[in-house]
Design a protein around this ligand. Structure first.
Ligand code: 13P
Ligand code: SF4
Length: 348
């Protein structure tokens, strides 16, 4: 797990500048913090599991120290399968909770325990439980971006990379679905699979901002650009996509498609990985507001942005204060639908 400090390349690439935390640290201070975090990870037997939307330095640190940068499905799988006794999850709270549910014997710490998600906030467990009780004939499928309590109420947990396949599989077996919480993702899956789906009404505050008409205008400026869209986006944006997929599916499409330029509708944190994986290609942010607005592309999750190098170091120094705790009984109930998803994904 240890990394050779001399081999670490933490040089600042100009194209990375907007991808760092809101509070940009001086290059020298960042280098020092990175070296400190690197040493602490090794000393504390901890592996760093990061999402594509977090600070670019944190993504690089994860790779350089033997951790991972991944979508939410792969983060869960990596954390479960890695031998480290402590996982440092850099992302939002549901990601740390999923890691803890799947590995109750491990210690899971996060740089910020208050890093929320609008989908999780938009699906309060008591209201959701009442909704389920009104529809006892439906199979309950929830997105991973939910609380432990909501997962514990469900039959299946899915992430965007497997949601379509799992719902198609359930629909083929004649099951009617109760879906929560993302209305756009649910709407897309229902249209793609023809499944009978009852949708909860919540949205991601980041993807909900992408605008179909402004995207159409932008495509006229870049007629040869491919369009890559995360399915948490509105229907009018999804309708213009060459590929709709999870963060890792977006990266895979950028690598495999022949286009030299892509318009990308997801959090801008992903541009770091896109540029690393496809050095010769150009990536343009999809517009988040129409004509006349000042913010034309402010697609960055405020909770992902809380993941800063300083809080990462703090969490490594004071693990007790940054540890994720999950009620064991609830965790046990939530583990079932989460494990089902991982097993389904592993079928290949
Ligand atoms: P992915 O599973 O595609 O990484 O998505 C997680 C997320 O929170 C997207 O907003
Ligand atoms: Fe939640 Fe949206 Fe942030 Fe993803 S980008 S963590 S769905 S608020």
């Amino acid at each position: 797990m240890g990394a050779d400090l001399a081999k670490l390349d933490f040089t600042l690439d100009a194209s990375d500048i907007p991808l760092h935390s809101a509070e940009i640290l001086e290059a020298e201070a960042r280098r020092t913090l990175l070296a400190e975090c690197c040493a602490l990870l090794e000393q504390r037997g901890t592996v760093l599991v990061a999402h594509y939307y977090v600070d670019a330095d944190i993504q690089d640190l994860a790779i350089e120290t033997g951790g991972t940068v991944a979508d939410s499905l792969e983060m869960a799988r990596f954390g479960r399968d890695h031998p480290a006794r402590t996982l440092l999850v850099s992302g939002v709270r549901f990601m740390g909770e999923s890691a803890k549910i799947l590995s109750p014997e491990k210690r899971v710490i996060m740089p910020r325990l208050d890093a929320d998600c609008s989908l999780d906030l938009g699906c309060p467990p008591s209201a959701f439980e009442a909704f389920i009780k009104q529809h006892p004939d439906r199979t309950v499928v929830v997105y991973a971006n939910t609380s432990v309590k909501v997962k514990a109420l469900s039959d299946w947990v899915v992430t965007s990379s497997v949601a379509l396949d799992i719902v198609a599989h359930l629909a083929a077996s004649g099951e009617k679905i109760l879906w929560a919480p993302d209305k756009h993702l649910g709407d897309w899956i229902a249209r793609e699979t023809d499944a009978d789906m009852l949708l909860w009404n919540a949205a991601c505050i980041v993807h909900d901002e992408f605008k179909g008409r402004a995207l159409d205008d932008l495509r006229r400026v870049h007629p040869n650009a491919g369009v890559l869209v995360h399915p948490e986006s509105p229907r009018s944006v999804i309708a213009q996509a060459d590929v709709v997929g999870s963060t890792s599916q977006i990266i895979a499409a950028a690598k495999s498609l022949p286009h030299q330029t892509f318009i990308v509708a997801t959090d801008r944190g992903i541009f770091h990985k896109l540029r690393r994986e496809c050095p010769g290609k150009t990536f343009i942010e999809a517009p988040t507001a129409g004509h006349g607005a000042t913010c034309r592309s402010c697609a960055h999750c405020p909770w992902m942005a809380m993941n800063e190098l300083r809080s990462l170091k703090q969490a490594l120094l004071d693990m007790d204060s940054f540890e994720i705790h999950v009620d064991p009984e609830l965790g046990c109930r939530a583990m079932r639908p989460l494990t089902r998803m991982l097993e389904f994904g592993a079928r290949g």
